[in-house]
Write a protein that binds this ligand. Structure first.
Ligand SMILES: C[S@@+](CC[C@H](N)C(=O)[O-])C[C@H]1O[C@@H](n2cnc3c(N)ncnc32)[C@H](O)[C@@H]1O
Length: 178
């Protein structure tokens, strides 16, 4: 094989891997876009997170929400993320913050992971994914669980609280679906 052909094949393979990485999350439900620190704090405040809570972030990205929940409120927190690079990144951030005892990250698809221990669920996904998640949330979450969605609502559910400026919506399982 000539050197030029070898370089070409390496370049094509690298490009393919990068494209698969970028579009994988999109294909699963939502691409990566981090929530600002200000909004993360407002989401956790709106849910009135405390040290007895188990906070699940569905599509946890770089882990900023679960890390903040553990740091600020001493909650136990679990992130579920499909993108292995961001899983790795969040694990490094958790280790640096010495929060390994409080924060776990599961590498997987949110639709395949059981979330029934959550008392607070946070999400920043897309509109159609929120809709698809509704039966899972109703089946697995206990009545009274707070669900906080950034940007997107759950159509047909009435939010208990709304921050119209930041586009944050709080739903209480058992109330929101009436
Ligand atoms: C808009 S980002 C939000 C990240 C983080 N929650 C935040 O607020 O900063 C959405 C994340 O969800 C992840 N994601 C999308 N669909 C998913 C799925 N079906 N299972 C697991 N993770 C998913 C993406 O990889 C991406 O990191």
């Amino acid at each position: 094989m000539s050197t030029a052909l070898f370089i070409f094949l390496v370049a094509i393979s690298t490009l393919a891997i990068v494209l698969i990485w970028i579009f994988w999350s999109f294909a699963l439900g939502a691409g990566w876009e981090p929530t600002s620190r200000r909004v993360v704090n407002k989401m956790l405040e709106m849910a009135e997170v405390n040290s007895d809570d188990v906070v699940y972030d569905l599509g946890s990205g770089d882990g900023r929400i679960v890390i903040e929940a553990a740091k600020r409120y001493n909650s136990r927190a679990v992130g579920i993320e499909a993108d292995p690079i961001r899983v790795l990144w969040s694990l490094i951030m958790i280790r640096i913050s010495r929060l390994q005892n409080n924060v776990k990250i599961k590498w997987g698809n949110i639709f395949n992971e059981n979330i029934n221990e959550a008392t607070v669920v946070t999400l920043f996904l897309w509109k159609n994914i929120n809709q698809k998640l509704k039966p899972k949330l109703l089946n697995e979450l206990k009545p009274g669980t707070r669900v906080v969605s950034y940007i997107w609502t759950f159509e047909g559910w009435e939010p208990s609280k709304t921050d119209n400026y930041e586009n944050i919506y709080l739903y209480i399982i058992g109330e929101s679906d009436r």
